[in-house]
Design a protein around this ligand. Sequence first.
Ligand code: GSH
Length: 291
Amino acid sequence: METLMDAFNDLDTSQKVYAVGGVVVAVVSVVALRKLFFNETKAKKEYPRDTVILHQIGRGPYAPSMTPFAVKLETYLRMARIPYQNVHGRQRSSKGKFPWMEYNGQGVADSDLCVKFLNQKLGMDLNRDLNPADRGVAQAMQVMAEEHLYWILRLFRWQYDNDKSLLVNAFKFGKFIIWMVRRKAKKDIWSQGLGRHSEGEVTEMFKKDLQSLSDFIGTKKFLMGDEPCETDCAVFGQLSQFYWQFIGTGHDTIIKDKYPNLAAYCERMKDSFWSDWDQCITHGGTREATK
Ligand SMILES: N[C@@H](CCC(=O)N[C@@H](CS)C(=O)NCC(=O)O)C(=O)O
């Protein structure tokens, strides 16, 4: 790269203009040719009607996704028995994030807005048995899991020192990608606020969240009682990361060791909605997921 820059700097002004012009023409030609020959314009895929097309980033090593929001949305689709197809790729939502979905040609960004959209469209309400006070508590639990615990996950996964084996070996992230994601995560979490605390302070907050969830679930089978509800999808999505995919963080087995009822909860959600779990994970990156 440096040699190229040196060579460029040695050119006189008119040569520089030709060089830059040449590069621009080459790039434009490649784009045009690809569009012409590979039909890479807006080749809208044909998907079946009345089927959710769930866009996500690929299967995870020990849980179905490294993204808790994808585990949440896919669990919801299973709980609500809504037909869906996965599309694993790098195409982001209109809001720049994963996961997202299409339904009869309409794109919907954000897992929660996807749930809301489907609830309205299909007359679904998996929280229907909750009274208003319980709905309030369920909402508060979800927000704690998704807007607090999630950021703690990002800190442990991307900012604090960990052995990176999960990211490198199991998730097949190259060094450059890790560097880029770490850099962005650091910026995001600083802006969110949690990134300004020490690791010790964050660890205390982490344990307090887990303790609160553990105390609240107590001996219940699911978050709000003996039947699963919509909010379980969100809480399970987050907990699945700490229970199965927290490797190398120094707290790998914290749920199993310190919060046995949360471990049982994770296993129960898995048994209830993911009978094909083994086909939906890559077993530490050792094989392709088949579903
Ligand atoms: N509120 C969103 C959160 C989704 C989200 O934060 N996804 C992360 C992956 S865990 C993402 O796409 N990050 C990419 C980025 O921020 O550039 C939802 O519920 O879908």
